[in-house]
Design a protein around this ligand. Structure first.
Ligand SMILES: [Zn+2]
Length: 274
């Protein structure tokens, strides 16, 4: 039987006596963008992950070079996500910028990525550009996940464009409540979500704690942990960001906790050839 490098890294990690007691986490919303490079080397980033009990991460960066540096340093722990931004200003108009197309196409042609995102989409109209038509074709053709920071209307519009898309909904919609997220998960079997920026809501910050609990149990196969290290400060306080998630994870049934902490992500990012 063939064993994936991810599973292998996981077993090695579990056998490390110092960490064996800690719940492993797979972080599905990690950035290593240019502003962080001078402060944290790839090795320093990996050490921060290890200190936080993070066994693997889906990484995307502005520009893609950051992701490639981490991938090179730890290919068995890092999953490459492709973000079509060369600089942070690209965030607001990437979906309609013809100048980005050659960059996106040449990067994706290298076949080093498993997802397209995190990307920002502000309205369903953003999907109606020739650039987006090209990107969606590439995403489906390469079997990539897409990780949009977008509201529910945009996610619905994406699935209308192509029901075969596999969507990891960044921040589960950021401010969408369980009453919106739940029906979306019921309706779309290809929808997963990372919970970065949602720990406060989950622990009662929006007064919907029981609804969040029901949601995570009902869709235990579709939620994953995320930190969203888009600034140096968030990378600096990484252990605390993961700690916020550990805080609510321990109150769920153990089988649900394990799925959300790392098993769902491991299933999604299993190496393609297996
Ligand atoms: Zn992000």
């Amino acid at each position: 039987m063939r064993i994936s490098s991810f599973l292998l890294a996981f077993f090695v990690w579990m056998e490390s006596p110092a960490l064996a007691q800690e719940l492993p986490i797979f972080d599905t919303h990690f950035h290593y963008s240019s502003g962080s490079w001078d402060v944290f080397s790839p090795d320093a980033v990996l050490k921060k992950m290890q200190a936080a009990g993070v066994m693997g991460a889906l990484v995307s960066s502005t520009p893609d070079e950051g992701t490639q540096r981490l991938l090179k340093a730890a290919p068995e722990r890092i999953v490459g996500g492709f973000r079509p931004y060369r600089k942070s200003g690209d965030l607001s108009r990437w979906y309609q910028d013809p100048e980005l197309v050659p960059y996106v196409e040449s990067r994706l042609a290298q076949n080093r990525h498993r997802s397209f995102g995190e990307i920002h989409l502000y309205s369903a109209e953003n999907l109606e550009t020739p650039e987006m038509a090209r990107y969606l074709k590439l995403i489906v053709g390469q079997g990539l996940y897409i990780q949009p920071h977008a509201d529910a209307a945009v996610v619905r519009a994406l699935f209308t464009k192509d029901p075969n898309l596999k969507i990891i909904w960044a921040h589960a919609g950021f401010s969408e409540p369980p009453s919106v997220i739940g029906p979306m998960m019921d309706r779309y079997p290809n929808l997963w979500a990372d919970l970065s920026y949602r720990a406060g809501h989950i622990t009662g910050g929006d007064g919907l704690e029981p609804e969040w609990r029901k949601l995570r149990i009902r869709h235990a196969d579709r939620f994953m942990i995320g930190s969203d290290t888009w600034t140096v400060d968030r990378l600096q306080e990484y252990q605390g960001l993961i700690g916020e998630h550990r805080e609510w994870l321990k109150y769920l049934p153990p089988a649900v906790t394990e799925k959300i902490a790392y098993k769902n992500a491991m299933k999604l990012f299993k190496p393609k050839h297996e």
